[in-house]
Structure formats: C-alpha cells, structure tokens
Design a binder for this molecule. Sequence first.
Ligand code: PMP
Length: 359
Amino acid sequence: MDSASRTTSGRGQLYDNILDTMGNTPCVRLNSLAPEGRTVYVKAEYFNPLSSIKDRLAISIIEEAERSGALRPGQTVVEATSGNTGIGLAMVCAAKGYPLVVTMADSFSIERRRLMRFLGARVVLTPRAEKGMGMYNKARELAEKNGWFLARQFETAANAKIHENTTAREILGDFDGQRLDYWITGYGTGGTVTGVGRALRAQRPEIKIMLSEPDTAQLLGSGTTQDRSADNGPAVSHPAWSPHLLQGWTPDFIPFVLQEAVDTSGYDALVPVSGEESVAWSRKLARHEGIFTGISGGGTLAATMKVAETAPEGSVLLCMLPDTGERYLSSPLFEGIPEDMTEEEAEISRSTPGHQLPG
Ligand code: PMP
C-alpha cells in the first residue's frame, strides 16, 4: 500500500452500542519473523472493544442468558476469571446495566483488577494457593448464597458456540479461496479451540489444528482424565498442573468446554511451550512486526514457530493472538523494560546541549 496516498472512509455504519463492534478482527501477515518459505498470519484479537478474545464470550453468555430467561433484568452477574473474561463481562454489564462481581486469585496482574473496577465491577480476591479451583468455588458459593447469575464460562454451551458463529466464520471468510494449512491456538476454557475447531473440521478438513499448553502444565499431554462433579464442573485439581506464566491459559483442571475437543479429535497435535519462550516471542513480535500481544499470544506464536519450522515448504499458518500486551505492564512480560533512561538514551540526550534532565 502506498502510504502517501492512504485514506480511510469509515466503517460504513453507525453503531447502536459498543457490543456491536465485537469481532471481525484482522488476520495480519508477518513480514520478518516467519521461517523462510513459510507464511504466518496472526489473528489480532486485541481489535475487540475491550482488547481481548473474551469479549466475544462475555457478550454470548449474557445474551444467551437473557434469551433463555436465566438472567433477569438488574440481576447481579458473578464469575471466576483470570481477567479477560471479567473485563469483557464488565463491559457488557456496564453497557446493559447488570451489577458484576468477579472472583480472581490474587496472583493475576494488578492492571486486570483495576480495569474491572474502572468499568464498575467488584473484584473479590481469593488466595493464590487455592489456584483456579479456589476462585471457581468462591464464585459458586456467592451465586448460591445471593441468588446471583453464575456465568460458568468453563461449562456453558454459549462459549464454544460464539467462536463457531464468529471467530470461525471470520477465519473461513478471510481465507476463502486461500491456502491455510495450520491453525494454532492455546486454551483457557477451551472455547476458542472447541468452537473454531467444529467449523474448520466441517468446512476446511485439510487444516491441521495445533493446540498449545504450558510445558509445566501439560494437562492434555499427560493423558490423565479430569474428575467432574454432577454439574460438569471440576471435582479436583488436575495432578499434571503446576504454576506457569501464561495468564489466561490452562487452569488447574480440564474445562468441560474443552472436553468436547478432546473427545472428538478436535485437535491434531499438542505443542508444549515454556513461559520464557512465550515472553520472548511476544517481545520479538512487538519489536520486529509492531504487533503488540500478551504472554499467551507470545506462547501461541512460539508454538506456531515450532510448527512452521518443520512444516512443508510453502505452508500457510494462522496463529491466534488472544489479547493486548498492555494488560501485562506489571507482569514478567515487561521485566527488564526500564522506566528511567538507559545509558544509551542518556548519551543521545547529552549529544545536543538543550533540554537535559538535571544530574
Ligand atoms: N489467552 C488469554 C490471555 C485468555 O484470557 C484466554 C481465555 N481465558 C485464552 C488465551 C484462552 O481462550 P479460551 O478460553 O477460549 O480457551
């Protein structure tokens, strides 16, 4: 595109509310990071209104519950979330007038809590030692005691359904008539892989679905099945889980929403990645491509690069980027990124006489 002649002409429509701007996120080609002879695209979910893929799910859960009558006007919504679902729900609840209470382990980044509170939600912290199960059980307790609507992102059919109806349709539409060999994603609830997988298996069965998980929490890789309670929730913490840097990925149980992908061969292979390589790829993506994603986006890209390196010459790969890097300013993603001038920057400052900081 000739940048001197770049113009824009609007979206061709006016929006009645912020929720209608969800989805239609762009698939963007990488121009310097992909291995020779392989083409890598990323689907940048930070183009959603509250900057993550979970905006889709939040809208779906609330609107399905409104349709079924499970959610009454003005009723409080409660959910356990590591952040992005809570932020998405906070947007939906603000736009539609529902009070929201979020339960969250105190190990997740500070900016997530503050963002949700900024949007009017109340955030109840649970001890990190109790892991995902602690925040999950707290949300259930609160819902039962107060008669609140429990969003149940890990079990609800509204989760995979929205990815089948939106995320997958966008991919199929954008790659219509184009080669696509691999689609790569991680999982938190499993909504993305289960929902998109349904549509890809049906309509583009040649596309290989590669599913990534943290190397220190290979729940699916371990082959150990998940014990569930009668309502499909997890009954126990999964033995293969240990802490990992990939916020939003792989809770300490195999979610019911993900189980469908496990049971129906909804993925072709598992690709474990480390927290360190996830951080490294997120940084490379920012510096070499100008594309800004969080740790899970870096992890999905790390997996994509592993697949790309052994994929046949000419292969085309699509990597999901679930959210923005801005959500991780206080996390290991930004470790070593200084606030003050570096020696190199001070040198640049001293190279002309004016406007120098004292000292
Ligand atoms: N990355 C991040 C940062 C997330 O918050 C989530 C959702 N928890 C995911 C990836 C995974 O998406 P899904 O729940 O659809 O599996």
